[in-house]
Design a protein around this ligand. Structure first.
Ligand SMILES: [Zn+2]
Length: 327
């Protein structure tokens, strides 16, 4: 049994008493005309005590699936039934989101290279800093919802610390519990939230929920189930996580290159298990003649491909996740 919660959940000037839900905005800077830059935040503070989960979306401004996941989770979680706290930030990169692009037009920086942020940095670094100091530090677990931009990609979860990191096992456990069935276990570039938060001892994952323009309900539903799995496993809410019997783990991506320029007619689909030298696509020239059969350089999972089925010579027509192991 969980004890009655007596702690307030606090992010900046937002305060949620036990059993309460609070929504508001965190001030993170100013525009040139003085308009405040404010990031939306929702706090749900459970009636019972427990851990705190930090959930954010739209760190890349055109990755919309995560906001739908957060909306669905917020609709399902009743503070009376919650043990612990939930901090949700539905739109992190407000400027990029308004511009419908990945990077903020204010400083042209990728938000997921900015964590843990800088108080004296660029606009994106300052947003990252405020979120990290005021929200992330309060959490026991973090989920940073992403997708493959607008490029079609499988639903997967990323662990972005190396295997020697003190938080590695806890991050991998969190990825397994999220349970979409595919995990990229690969140390990521500096500045990712999925590195900066583990560096202060907070297990963090970066789910990549497909890739599309606008919404993708299949990916969104997998994301909702993933967050609910985490909430159940770590005893925020009652219930048993719904997990696949076996999950595939890969450590890197290998590009599949076309030697010829032309139009790409795929012979393989995302999620296919690919053998080395397996044909992935035919390339046809502009007159419709087959000019090349592109084969996979390695065994693995067909992980992602570009939006448009055209390629210049030397261009990438897809990526293979490899080598395959099971968790
Ligand atoms: Zn992203």
């Amino acid at each position: 049994m969980h004890k009655t919660n007596t702690n307030k959940l606090i992010v900046g000037s937002l305060i949620a008493e036990p059993g309460a839900r609070v929504e508001g905005r965190l001030s993170v800077g100013n525009m040139p005309d003085g308009t405040p830059i404010r990031v939306p935040v929702v706090l749900i503070n459970g009636k019972q005590s427990g851990k705190t989960l930090y959930l954010q979306a739209i760190s890349d401004g055109n990755e919309l699936n995560g906001i739908a996941v957060i909306h669905e989770i917020l609709g399902q979680i009743d503070p009376a039934e919650l043990s612990g706290g939930l901090i949700a930030v539905p739109v992190v990169n407000v400027h990029a989101f308004h511009a419908k692009q990945a990077y903020s037009p204010v400083d042209n920086v990728k938000m997921n290279r900015c964590f843990p942020g800088r108080s004296d940095g660029t606009s994106s670094e300052r947003i990252a800093y405020q979120l990290f100091e005021k929200a992330v530090r309060n959490a026991d677990y973090c989920i940073d919802l992403h997708q493959g931009g607008v490029q079609p990609m499988i639903d997967e979860v990323r662990v972005r610390v190396g295997e020697r990191h003190r938080c590695y096992s806890a991050c991998l456990a969190l990825a397994r519990v999220f349970g979409v069935g595919y995990i990229l276990d690969q140390k990521g570039p500096k500045g990712q939230l999925a590195q900066a938060a583990p560096d202060i001892g907070i297990p963090t994952i970066d789910p990549e929920l497909g890739g599309t323009h606008g919404w993708d309900t299949v990916s969104i539903n997998k994301g909702v189930r993933g967050v609910l799995n985490v909430l159940k496993h770590y005893q925020f809410i009652d219930g048993t996580p719904e997990l696949p019997d076996q999950q595939i783990v890969v450590n890197k991506f290998v590009p599949i290159l076309s030697n010829k320029g032309g139009f790409v007619y795929y012979k393989a689909k995302l999620y296919d298990r690919i053998e080395a030298r397996q044909p992935i696509a035919e390339i046809r020239d502009v007159f419709g003649n087959v000019s090349e059969v592109v084969r996979s350089p390695e065994e693995g999972i067909f992980w992602s491909h570009p939006v448009y089925p055209m390629v210049a010579s030397g261009g990438i027509i897809g990526k293979i996740g490899t080598p395959i192991s099971y968790l």
